[in-house]
Design a protein around this ligand. Structure first.
Ligand code: 6GU
Length: 253
């Protein structure tokens, strides 16, 4: 069984309790395919008050996470697991995408350090972190939610994580395309009908339809992805068809 371990370093360990305890992620944890160990950075702070943050040199507002507790927390894991990969969650990191997720699942052990406040002392980044990740161009109050996104997205790439029929390689982004539209019963929902082709039982035609709708959705919503994806000669013909249909629709409107 392909497994992975995450050690999370955070000032807010309880944030991780319920999101990681539901659904298939909890099942994967039950069978120990995914291990998540959450550590409170405050436990590594010294002194009566266990201070973890301080004002920035040079002035300005906000607080900065002090280097000592963070580095002690990282080292407490590295001592027994020297090859664990240390990732700092920060809006300054490189943007997480599908290829990034597929690279991360190759590591058997990730340490996810969650930044808070206005940031982490620069010296933590310089000496003790292997890479920095952001999950998008917006600012969260801390790296915790982003770390959960990484745990979820990376875990579901493990072999055998999803049930046997579905596989991560079939979904959106696996080939750089968005997923085709899905339908279930009833056939007629408030006058909206399931496309006939899906009820036809003609699996070759269903596959063609799905491929086309997948290309269409990507063309409409994410033309940037379409440019990067590897389309076959047949896909290119399909795309021509879609573009012609698109022009027809505009003509009618
Ligand atoms: Cl990893 N952290 C924070 N604080 N904000 C973010 C982020 C991470 N990724 C996007 N926004």
């Amino acid at each position: 069984m392909e497994t992975i371990r995450f050690d999370v370093l955070t000032l807010f360990p309880r944030m991780f309790e319920s999101p990681l305890s539901e659904s298939i992620l909890q099942k994967a944890r039950n069978r120990e395919q995914v291990k998540v160990i959450v550590h409170n950075i405050r436990d590594f702070a010294h002194g009566r008050h266990r201070v973890v943050d301080d004002t920035p040199y040079g002035g300005g507002g906000g607080m900065v996470m002090k280097p000592e507790p963070v580095v002690r927390a990282i080292e407490s894991i590295k001592k027994n697991h020297p090859s664990a990969r240390v990732i700092l969650m920060t809006p300054q990191g490189s943007l997480l995408d599908d290829s990034h997720v597929c690279r991360l699942v190759q590591y058997p052990h990730l340490v996810l350090m969650c930044g808070r406040y206005e940031g982490v002392d620069e010296r933590v980044r310089l000496g003790f972190v292997d890479e920095e990740i952001s999950i998008g161009d917006y600012v969260l109050t801390g790296g915790e939610l982003a770390a959960m996104v990484v745990i979820d997205a990376v875990s579901r790439q493990l072999d055998g994580f999803l049930g046997n029929e579905s596989a991560a390689r079939d979904d959106s982004f696996s080939e750089g395309l968005l997923e085709y539209p899905q339908y279930t019963k009833p056939r007629n929902f408030r006058g909206l009908r399931v496309p006939e082709i899906l009820i036809s039982g003609n699996h070759k035609e269903i596959r063609r339809w799905r491929r086309k709708e997948s290309i269409r959705k990507t063309w409409l919503r994410r033309p940037d992805l379409l440019k990067k994806s590897k389309l076959s000669a047949e896909d290119c013909k399909t795309l021509d068809e879609i573009e012609r249909e698109g022009r027809l629709c505009k003509g009618m409107a």
